[in-house]
Design a protein around this ligand. Structure first.
Ligand SMILES: Nc1ncnc2c1ncn2[C@@H]1O[C@H](COP(=O)(O)OP(=O)(O)OP(=O)(O)O)[C@@H](O)[C@H]1O
Ligand SMILES: [Mg+2]
Length: 331
């Protein structure tokens, strides 16, 4: 459904008289098959939106090629646009128009009849919990309602391939869960292919068949969430104690343990088999009279994958790029 090779984008950056270049996307290869839900993860500024804007024909690549929904990105951008839906990070609804009207006129651009567009639009409003807002102007909606309207706009013409740039940022937990269900239903009932970015790692874990991790413009890891997590290897042991340094010393003595990391009174360390190591460690600490206030052994999360491949953490909720209130500010 998406096949990109060497996709790159450089921006010129001016600071005073000096100009330099930012390599936002540096030679990305990616493949998304029909019917897949693929998550695109990466820290702020990694190049996710830039990649999506290129794949949706909104931004010209400086190098590279791609076919999207069977059409060549460079020679048939109109063909690409006709076959996809795109929900941008910043949103795209005009604040003054009535929500329902805008939805219908958007679908009309794709050749959908007014009757079909209205029926599909009303169905989307019901499914995305926007009941009663058909006549409302986006400027009089809450942020989460506006976000769901953006999503409805991307889906109203029933595209076979949908690009969603941080669809759930700004949604409450219930609306997020509701959108996950909706995306799964789209794939199940219509075979829709979904390519989405998110900063919520639990979301990528629960929703995506495959995950691509991008950092500084390059893909640094890809695989199913399970493959990625098992690539980290071992379990993570955490012990909380006021005598953290001593705990770290004893943790390091566990078979196969990596260097323990001390953060305040928390000590963390990776070991091959967490359960057995924890039992041995607790016995050892008990014998030495070192009191602990908390213990945990857990499987690596996608955040640990992140940390391993990028050297940085991407904890849930840490500086998610909030969609700007672009609608009000720029129009
Ligand atoms: N129009 C532009 N002009 C100059 N630089 C740009 C432009 N658009 C993006 N960049 C730069 O390219 C890099 C990648 O930006 P991009 O928006 O693709 O990141 P992102 O992965 O979507 O980040 P976020 O998680 O914050 O949304 C950043 O360094 C950004 O500052
Ligand atoms: Mg972005």
């Amino acid at each position: 459904m998406i096949h990109a090779r060497g996709l790159s984008r450089t921006f010129a950056k001016k600071r005073g008289r000096q100009s330099s270049e930012v390599k936002a996307v540096a030679g990305v290869d990616l493949d998304v098959e029909a019917g897949e839900i693929v998550g695109f993860l990466g820290p702020n500024g990694a190049g996710k939106t830039t990649t999506m804007r290129m794949l949706t024909t909104l931004l010209a690549p400086t190098a590279g090629t791609a076919t999207v929904a069977g059409c060549d990105l460079l020679t048939d951008p109109v063909g690409v646009r006709r076959r996809i839906g795109y929900v941008s990070q910043a949103g795209s609804t005009a604040p003054e128009n009535r929500a329902g009207e805008e939805l219908v006129s958007h679908a009309r651009l794709y050749g959908v009849s007014t009757a079909d567009a209205t029926a599909r639009g009303k169905q989307l409003f019901a499914e995305l919990d926007l009941d009663g807002l058909w006549e409302r102007q986006p400027k009089a909606m809450s942020g989460g309602q506006r976000r769901r309207l953006d999503i409805a706009m991307g889906l109203v013409h029933v595209p076979g391939l949908v690009f969603l740039d941080e669809p759930t940022t700004g949604l409450d937990p219930q609306a997020r869960a509701n959108l996950w269900e909706h995306i799964e239903a789209l794939r199940r009932d219509r075979g829709t292919t979904v390519f989405l970015t998110t900063h919520y790692l639990d979301e990528a874990d629960a929703l995506c068949d495959r995950v691509l991790v991008i950092d500084k413009g390059s893909i640094v890891a890809s695989g199913t969430p399970d493959e990625l997590k098992s690539s980290v290897g071992g379990d993570l042991l955490t012990v909380t104690s006021t005598r953290a340094a001593e705990v770290a010393g004893r943790m390091a003595g566990l078979p196969g343990a990596e260097t323990a990391r001390v953060d305040g009174d928390r000590v963390t360390c990776r070991v091959p088999a967490g359960g057995a190591a924890l039992v041995a460690l607790l016995r050892d600490l008990d014998a030495a009279g070192i009191e602990v206030t908390g213990v945990e052994s857990r499987r690596p999360s996608l955040d640990d994958v992140f940390l391993t491949v990028t050297g940085r953490s991407l904890r849930d909720g840490e500086h998610p790029a909030v969609p700007e209130p672009a609608a009000e500010a720029t129009r």
